[in-house]
Design a protein around this ligand. Structure first.
Ligand code: CA
Length: 224
C-alpha cells in the first residue's frame, strides 16, 4: 500500500511518514498544493490513499481535493485540518474528501482512519485472504501456512497481500514498484526479485510450494 502525504509542516510530515513506514506502507511526501495536484493527477493509480493538509502553499487542500474529483480521480483522501468549524467540515465533505482529522491528533487515530479508508474499496473482500493453505490476515498482520505462523518481513508481507488480492493475475514489476516502494527507491535494482525469492522460500512447504510463478519478462502470478 502506498500513501502520499501532502503537508508543508516538515516535522509533522516526517513524523507521519516514519510512523506509516514502520507499519509497512510506502510513503511519499509533497509540501505544496499545486505539485500534489499534478502528481496525483498523473500517478493516481500508484496511490492507495492521500493524506492532505488543508493549509498549503500555492493551492489549498480543498481546491486540490475538488480538482481531483472533477478529474474523476477517486483515490481516498483524508484531510488534515487545524480548523474545527462546522462550515469547514461540510465544505470538506462537499469537496470530495472521504474523511478528515482535526489537528492535533494521535498517530493511532490517523492510522485507524487510514486503515478504514483502505478497507472501503475492498469491502467485499473477506477479512482473511486465502490461497490454498496460505492465510493472510491484513488487520492482525499475520500469515499462516497450513495453520502454522510464518514470519515475514514487512516487504514480504506487503508483496504477499498484493498477490493474494489479485489471484491468477499477472502482476508486473512496475506495478509492484509503484504500489509497494516509494519514489526514493532505485527502480533498476533487482530488489523485487530478491523479496519474491525470500517469500517463496518461506512459503515453500506444502501445497503452495510453487504457487508464485515467474512470468518471464513481465513479473509474477500467484496461482489461486
Ligand atoms: Ca499546512
Amino acid at each position: 500500500m502506498r500513501i502520499l502525504i501532502v503537508e508543508d509542516e516538515a516535522k509533522l510530515a516526517d513524523a507521519l511518514s516514519r510512523g506509516l513506514t514502520a507499519k509497512g506502507y510506502a510513503v511519499d511526501i509533497i509540501d505544496d498544493g499545486e505539485k500534489a495536484l499534478t502528481r496525483v493527477s498523473i500517478h493516481h493509480d500508484d496511490y492507495d490513499a492521500v493524506i492532505l493538509d488543508l493549509m498549503l502553499p500555492s493551492l489549498d487542500g480543498l481546491a486540490v481535493c475538488r480538482s481531483l474529483r472533477e478529474r474523476d480521480i477517486v483515490t481516498p483522501v483524508l484531510v488534515l485540518t487545524a480548523r474545527a468549524e462546522t462550515e469547514t467540515k461540510v465544505e470538506l465533505l462537499l469537496s470530495g474528501a472521504d474523511d478528515y482529522l482535526v489537528k492535533p491528533f494521535s498517530f493511532e487515530e490517523l492510522l485507524a482512519r487510514i486503515q478504514s479508508l483502505l478497507r472501503r474499496p475492498h469491502a467485499s473482500v473477506p477479512l482473511v485472504l486465502k490461497s490454498g493453505s496460505i492465510e493472510l490476515n491484513p488487520v492482525e498482520h499475520t500469515v499462516r501456512l497450513a495453520g502454522q505462523p510464518v514470519e515475514l518481513t514487512l516487504k514480504e508481507f506487503n508483496l504477499l497481500e498484493y498477490f493474494l488480492r489479485r489471484p491468477n493475475e499477472v502482476v508486473n514489476r512496475e506495478d509492484l514498484l509503484a504500489h509497494l516502494w516509494d519514489f526514493n527507491y532505485e527502480s533498476f535494482s533487482n530488489v523485487i526479485d530478491v523479496h519474491v525469492k525470500n517469500l517463496r522460500r518461506k512459503l515453500g512447504a506444502g501445497d503452495r510450494a510453487d504457487a508464485l510463478e515467474t512470468v518471464r519478462g513481465i513479473g509474477y502470478r500467484l496461482r489461486a
